[in-house]
Design a protein around this ligand. Structure first.
Ligand code: NAP
Length: 300
């Protein structure tokens, strides 16, 4: 039996693993895909204290190594359920059942989709949710980014150095993302803002050919693009645990700053927790807090 099972190997989960190991607890991290979570999509992190520039992938790899060097175990299986047995908890994956005294849910969030008719079928054929993963396929081509948060702004900046032309499509006339990012965008000659507009259709033959964009005033424009990068936010990955843990109307776990879920021995950390500021620095902070609370719980 483990002391702590951490579901999710993003910054929150891996930081919780570090804190758990430093308290000499037996720690298992269950990760569905690969470690790092959303941060691996950020090419250049500029707002993490002390590190003026680091890529999300480097950050994640170093954090993973640090947790492993301290003795945390990592298993690459998706947790699909938790059984609360009181003093112990079972975490179920497709292949195995793991048992621990306490669980930290640090599952983060998944890409929100636009919900357009052929959006799913065009993924990999012109539609992408990850500029840093797929941007290079669009060297000297024309692309569009949709969204107005930091992800969309950073994606547009990143793509403007690769693509010939970048449209940034946003449904309002002001951005949700940081002013510093928005200011950098204005300086890029190959970025065109398409504001007060929604993408209303994806036109494709074998691949994406163009996007139909509808302005709030009702006018419709067709943008010829080779690629569309969708960055319209994230959806918390908590549904597998909704049977056990309360979720708010948006699907987040309404755990407070101490990361307690209301179920003794089960904690929430990172972007899947209801909170105001979702940043790398607050995710790692959650990991530290949740693991500290778990250690107190285990030690009685
Ligand atoms: P976000 O901040 O929630 O922004 C989502 C954007 O998509 C918003 O501008 C929203 O428009 C728009 N949107 C939502 N649904 C839409 C739809 N159906 N159609 C069209 N547009 C839609 O998401 P995010 O950019 O992924 O960022 C998530 C969190 O991570 C944020 O807290 C962000 O600051 C943080 N982040 C930080 C960094 C960094 O620190 N380096 C990098 C990336 C992300 P409205 O504005 O009109 O609602």
């Amino acid at each position: 039996m483990y002391d702590i099972i951490i579901i999710g190997g993003g910054p929150a989960g891996m930081t919780a693993a570090i804190y758990g190991r430093r308290a000499a607890k037996k720690v298992l991290v269950l990760e569905a895909l690969s470690c790092g979570g959303q941060i691996i999509n950020t090419p250049d992190i500029e707002n993490y204290p002390v590190e003026e520039h680091i890529s999300g992938i480097d950050f994640s790899n170093r954090l993973h190594k640090q947790a492993e060097n301290l003795g945390a175990e990592f298993v690459f299986e998706k947790a699909v359920d938790i059984n609360d047995l009181g003093d112990s908890k079972e975490v179920i994956t497709a292949k195995n059942t793991y048992t621990a005294k306490a669980v930290i849910i640090a599952t983060g969030s998944a890409n929100r989709k636009l919900g357009l008719e052929n959006e799913d079928s065009l993924v990999g054929r012109g539609v992408s949710y990850c500029a840093t993963c797929d941007g290079n396929f669009y060297r000297n081509k024309t692309v569009a980014v949709v969204g107005g948060g930091n992800t969309a702004l950073e994606d547009a900046l990143y793509l403007s150095d690769i693509a010939a032309k970048v449209y940034l499509i946003h449904r309002r006339d002001s951005f949700r993302g940081e002013e510093a990012n928005a200011a950098k965008l204005s300086e890029k000659p190959n970025i065109e803002f398409v504001l007060n507009s929604n993408v209303t259709a994806l036109n494709a033959e074998k691949r994406l050919k163009s996007v139909e964009v509808t302005n709030k005033d009702g006018s419709v424009r067709t943008l010829e693009v080779n690629g569309l990068f969708i960055a319209v936010g994230r959806i918390p990955e908590n549904m597998n645990f909704a049977r056990l843990v309360e979720l708010d109307e948006a699907g987040y776990i309404p755990a407070g700053e101490n990361c307690h879920t209301g179920v003794p021995g089960i904690y929430a950390a990172g972007d899947n927790r209801a909170k105001e500021v979702r940043q790398l620095v607050t995710a790692v902070s959650d990991g530290a807090v949740a693991a500290t609370e778990v250690v107190k719980y285990i030690n009685g």
